[in-house]
Design a protein around this ligand. Sequence first.
Ligand SMILES: *Cc1c(COP(=O)(O)O)cnc(C)c1O
Length: 409
Amino acid sequence: MDRYATARDLVVARQPDRPTFGLRPHAAGQAARWFLEHFPGDVAYAVKANASPFLLGALYGAGIRHFDVASLPEIEDVASIPDAHLHYMHPIKSRTAIRRAFFEFGVRSFSLDCEDELTKIQQETGNAKDLTLWVRLAVQPKNSKLPLERMFGIQPAKAHKLVAKTRLVAHKLGLTFHVGSQTTSPEAYVSALADVAALIGKAGVVLDRVDVGGGFPSAYANSRPEPLSDFIDAIKSAYDTLPVSATCRMMCEPGRALVSEAESLIVRVNSRRGNELFINDGAYGALFDAAHLGWIFPVRLLNGIQPAKSGEFAPFSFWGPTCDSIDRMPGPFMLPATVREGDYIEIGNLGAYGRAIAGRFNGFGAYEQAILLDPPMLSVYGKETGVGHNRGPHFGKDADAAEMTPPPA
Ligand SMILES: *Cc1c(COP(=O)(O)O)cnc(C)c1O
């Protein structure tokens, strides 16, 4: 794959007709090293956030060996990785998927949130005696942009019977939860771990594993989370009060936080109508979150004349390339007021749930890609891991346009 120093260099060299992913595997590596160094337990990458082989390779190179998978195709993607530990963390699985995961791919770690699923897992694995079974709890989201507790999880107050039953058949018993994606402050993890403490007492079981799930935040133009080190500190002190044995291990399953900084999308302006730009990717492509969840990704103009002062920036909304009127990203995205047809824009921090969601509606959804060597547009990791630079988002010196974007209303 071609490599360029920056997205601007890519545009100068290629003037791509298709929307183009600019991959920064080094950013995924940096995020992984940060988690491996700071999180006191196993770090499992949630593959659904982005299954690009380049990013999986960077995460592996940084030391990631655990993977949270949710489907057979995801299992196929990562099963061939040497020394990979797969955790099948979708609480509702088909019988075929359980059977093939166990017998063909050697998966021994499964989550569940009801007795029916426990029965299915036992039947389809031939009552295996070597399983790690995680009971998924529904916990209260706090400061999450994308709560998940309505779809999965058993209420902690009602979970003691299921937990005790699972204990009887599990080689290793774990509890797991997901506080909701893009959780911007640590309280949700603390309150979930308090639920775990109460439940262990009520069920009267010994736990082997506690999985705090995903939800760790990334930086966006309208979402500046608390420092990641505060999340780790809060989780550590809540975990230390749990009545678990000395051999109990913690796990986390970040998706977004490991890969969001590792891809930009480079789009071209096909038309301008006032402060609305028609660009060549959108809601049915990699910009689903910008359209449906109001995410404001950092943006910068790649080939326009850089304005002399910030006053020359203006707010823009985007239309995607399809013929559907919900193909709209409201923003506002702050760009130089001079932006015009034919210009290219870098949309940053799109590595999580961008490429992974894109479909082929209206014939769109084909991308080019290349490696970029410069820093991500916004970073929560600072320059080096473990040297105290991780206090809040760090802005690369080239992130001028991103810094112009106003804070949330
Ligand atoms: C999606 C998902 C994750 C990753 O969530 P992020 O918010 O991207 O960190 C982790 N665990 C489970 C079970 C998930 O479904």
